[in-house]
Design a binder for this molecule. Sequence first.
Ligand code: NJP
Length: 240
Amino acid sequence: MLKNQVGIVTGASRGIGKAIAYKLAEKGMKLALVGSSDDIHNVEAEMKEKGFDQVKGYQVDVSEEKSVDAMVSTVINGFGGVDVLVNNAGMGFFKLVEDTTVEEWRRVFDVNVQGVFLCSKAVLPHMKGKKAGTIITISSDVGRYTIANGSAYTATKYAVQGFSGSLAQEVREYGIRVGTVNPGMVDSYFNNSEQGVEDKKDWLKGEDIAEAVAYMASAPKHMLIDEIVVHPLVQNYPIA
Ligand code: NJP
């Protein structure tokens, strides 16, 4: 089902996004890998070394409109289209409100919310034209409930949840599916942490989230999976 389809995965240079890239490449997808630092080219080289020839890295900040538009045009022209967009790029920090600067507040909204808006907006004319496409955003469990000391990050994920729900309704008549994958605690480099440390050994792995993305993207065309919520068993969280 995903074989030879074209995907864009943002934030693919490490953590969850890199795991998603590997999973979708294993399914036979052709991939544009997006990251804001030049690490993305190392991931492209690493994947090619492992035999995944149909991948290309793009060093693009998802919060910058012109760069996003140029990347999406290049992907559509180069790969012949785009079938799946995975909005995974994101950042976060956990601070008291009074310790959060305006610059920090703006930046997390620029990346987590504006980035999702810009990447989605850029692929929509193409997806509408061919009456097909899937847009999956890696939101968060804190897109549905709140935690202390995470006001800025939590607010971005509530925003993304609202954006995705509204967009899903706007584009379903075009055969375009929009959904979110909402993880709890995942062992990655999130918030400048280390991946693979003892403290996080029972947390979700990037591969767990990648499985959810692949499941959502490969659902039959008549089916929309709105949301997948995944937590590690060790996480204590409110169950609705
Ligand atoms: O984080 P990390 P995760 N433009 O830091 C890229 C959500 N989530 O994998 O730009 C383009 O290991 C960055 O690359 P670079 C979270 O909110 C996580 O955990 O080169 N790319 C890197 O590849 C986020 O939406 C947890 O530095 C940009 C990647 O993003 C998603 O999962 C829990 C960028 C970040 O990798 C992936 O985060 C949860 C930009 N402006 C939700 N800025 C969790 N880990 O526990 C950053 O509920 N990137």
